[in-house]
Write a protein that binds this ligand. Structure first.
Ligand SMILES: Cc1cc2nc3c(=O)[nH]c(=O)nc-3n(C[C@H](O)[C@H](O)[C@H](O)COP(=O)(O)O)c2cc1C
Length: 323
């Protein structure tokens, strides 16, 4: 079986059937520019955005909600703990460039799930999920989607109950990252639950978890019947991954890696002021350096850099073979 050409979320064509995952601290505008440069997926997500603070953001200034004209369709992901915040954020996003608004029902990080009672926490309160989705739907001019984890334990009965709430509120697509709530990313995701979710929903189901290249992607589609595949960490390591999955032959050599990394430094530093640039490039480098021989050493040097000039010097030294 090959890669499906695409699928539709409501009337929005997603082609190819590949999706860049939402990743906090990573899927900002300059990173999305980098991915687009080397072969875009059919849909990109923003980082997850706080529904409470989002209404104060500006679409025409560097920040969390700005996007390029060329990157449509784009999905803005929010996390919210109450219908009022979700409604205000959805209203704001619909005034801007959002093609889709996605509700995060997946994030297990303590500051989101425990402290703010959002993200994966909501999976323990399906009544609240219904209220939040209904509030979003009431004010939205774009499709509303969700990204879910499995809940506290792997349980088909729970997914069935959740699917009823999603259907009742007419969500337009579901992304499933099939790990239980507190599970670390080191443990393999349970793809069988992607297939189960697909059997429950009439709208598109996007599978997510551990796709590292074309072979995994085709296997996920084959094994689960999902409509699209979302890629997270592997897209940070290999921003060209969507071209690779689409079947393009690429020569990944040292020169190419230098080119991509320098492009990341340029795009990030053009967009962010220096201190934010440093945070973002350090986060990106943890993943990207896995492509390199002695990548861990390179990543450690970058972690200690305290200026753009120092980052550039480390890159020059690395690629001139100084270490
Ligand atoms: C650094 C990082 C940040 C993430 N931030 C988010 C987020 O903002 N929203 C979300 O739904 N998932 C988030 N995730 C989870 C990913 O979207 C994805 O579900 C997970 O990494 C599994 O996919 P993968 O195996 O392709 O990486 C994040 C993951 C990572 C590694």
């Amino acid at each position: 079986m090959g890669l499906p050409e695409g699928f539709d979320i409501a009337d929005i064509a997603i082609s190819p059937a590949l999706v860049l995952a939402p990743m906090a601290g990573i899927t900002h505008l300059p990173f999305r520019r980098l991915v687009r440069k080397y072969g875009p997926p059919g849909l990109m997500f923003t980082e997850m955005l706080s529904a409470r603070t989002l209404p104060a953001e500006f679409f025409d200034r560097p920040g969390f909600v700005q996007c390029d004209d060329a990157e449509h369709p784009i999905s803005y992901q929010i996390f919210a703990s109450c219908p009022e915040d979700a409604e205000a954020a959805t209203r704001k996003l619909c005034e801007g460039p959002a093609d889709i608004v996605d509700l995060n029902l997946a994030c297990p990080a303590p500051e989101i799930a425990k402290k703010r009672k959002a993200g994966a926490h909501l999976l323990s309160d399906l009544d609240m999920v219904g209220k939040i989705l209904s509030a979003m739907k009431a004010v939205s001019s774009v499709p509303i989607t969700v990204k879910i984890r499995l809940g506290k334990v792997p349980d088909r009965g729970f997914l069935t109950d959740l699917s009823l709430v999603l259907k009742e509120n007419e969500v337009a697509a579901v992304t499933i990252h099939p790990r239980i709530t507190g599970e670390k990313l080191k443990r393999l995701s349970r793809w069988e639950y992607i297939g189960y979710m697909k059997s429950l929903m009439a709208v598109p189901v996007i599978g997510n978890g551990d796709v590292k290249g074309r072979e995994d992607c085709l296997r996920m589609i084959d094994e689960t019947g999902c409509d699209g595949v979302m890629v997270g960490r592997a897209a940070v390591q290999k921003p060209w991954i969507f071209s690779e999955i689409a079947g393009k032959q690429l020569d990944i050599n040292g020169e190419f890696l230098l080119h991509v990394y320098r492009e990341a430094v340029r795009l990030f530093s053009d967009y962010f002021e220096e201190s934010r640039f440093l945070g973002r490039i350090k986060e990106f480098t943890w993943y990207f350096s896995k492509n390199m021989k002695f990548g861990h050493h390179f990543a450690s040097l970058i972690q200690n850099a305290d200026s753009l000039a120092m980052v550039k010097k480390i890159v020059d030294d690395k690629f001139s073979g100084s270490y």
